[in-house]
Design a binder for this molecule. Structure first.
Ligand SMILES: C[S@@+](CC[C@H](N)C(=O)[O-])C[C@H]1O[C@@H](n2cnc3c(N)ncnc32)[C@H](O)[C@@H]1O
Length: 272
């Protein structure tokens, strides 16, 4: 034994064991978390799309969600801020889709932009309206479901902003929404859109539940609209995208992709 090895005190090895134990416990906890999340995934193959929408909407409209989002008053990240600074002029008109309790309305309004906003949750809209009034910002609001008809005229906006494309489902409804978004945007207008990329979860889109659900969906009464990448997160549907899938949806709605930030989950679309 060398003299340096002899000098390592016993407490050093005790510390190493504690570090190793924590690593082990973390791995076990990760596995437990995965198993605990499984039952709610089953809801997506049992519910109809209408029932999934009802559960998601009830979640977003609940007091705890509305109160939580009403506390937000900052850019979520530097990327979001940088994109708005680069692509939105300070004087244009912007439609903030799925605006929640008004975080983006306040941020865009304070830049001097004329903001119109919508969300399908009446609770979120009431909170967003109250916050805009408190801040003396002349924003206008509507309760509207992005998976239904949008209540806006053609060529009405210079810009569109949506940070929750992953909440829309299934694919045909997302494309229908994008086509409507294209119509309400002025030619040359810019659409900043955020989405959850599939790489965030290694189990998406090829987890074992995906394999099972894609087989079950062939038979009634299972949800035929289930798609690879659909996940249930606390009763809310979130669709995680593969890049080719998302590019196909943008293309079908005739948007040109001006900037593609796949890792950060943002795209900048333009109407030619
Ligand atoms: C994560 S919150 C984000 C709120 C806001 N954009 C922000 O970043 O602070 C998602 C919002 O999307 C809304 N939402 C989800 N699906 C929607 C739909 N189909 N139509 C309209 N709004 C929807 C929810 O009600 C909720 O307010």
């Amino acid at each position: 034994m060398t003299s340096s090895a002899r000098q390592i005190p016993f407490r050093y090895y005790v510390g190493c064991s504690l570090v190793a134990l924590t690593r082990l416990l973390r791995r076990v906890l990760d596995q437990i978390r995965r198993v605990v999340a499984l039952p709610e995934q089953l809801a997506l193959i049992i519910w109809t799309p209408r029932e999934i929408a009802r559960s998601s909407k009830a979640n977003w409209d609940s007091c705890s969600y509305v109160r939580g989002y009403a506390r937000l008053d900052q850019w979520l990240d530097a990327r979001e801020f940088a994109l708005v600074e680069r692509y939105f002029s300070k004087s244009g008109s912007v439609l903030n889709l799925a605006c929640g309790a008004g975080r983006e309305v306040l941020l865009l309004g304070r830049r001097g932009m004329s903001v119109i906003a919508c969300d399908w949750s009446p609770g979120m809209i009431a909170e967003a309206r109250r916050r805009a009034e408190d801040a003396k910002l002349p924003a206008r609001f509507a309760v509207a479901d992005l998976m239904q008809d949008l209540p806006y005229a053609e060529n009405a906006f210079d810009y569109l902003y949506l940070s929750g494309y992953g909440y829309l489902f299934p694919r045909w409804r997302r494309v229908r929404f994008l086509r409507q978004a294209y119509l309400v945007l002025k030619p040359g207008g810019v659409f900043i859109i955020a989405f959850p990329p599939a790489r965030e979860d290694p189990g998406i889109p090829a987890g074992p539940s995906e394999w099972l659900f894609m087989r079950l969906r062939r038979w009634a009464p299972f949800n035929r609209a289930y798609e690879p990448g659909d996940r249930c997160v606390g009763g809310t549907l979130v669709h995680y995208f593969r890049s080719a899938e998302l590019a196909g949806e943008f293309q079908e709605a005739e948007f040109l992709v001006k900037e593609w930030l796949w890792d950060e989950g943002y795209a900048v679309l333009v109407k030619l």
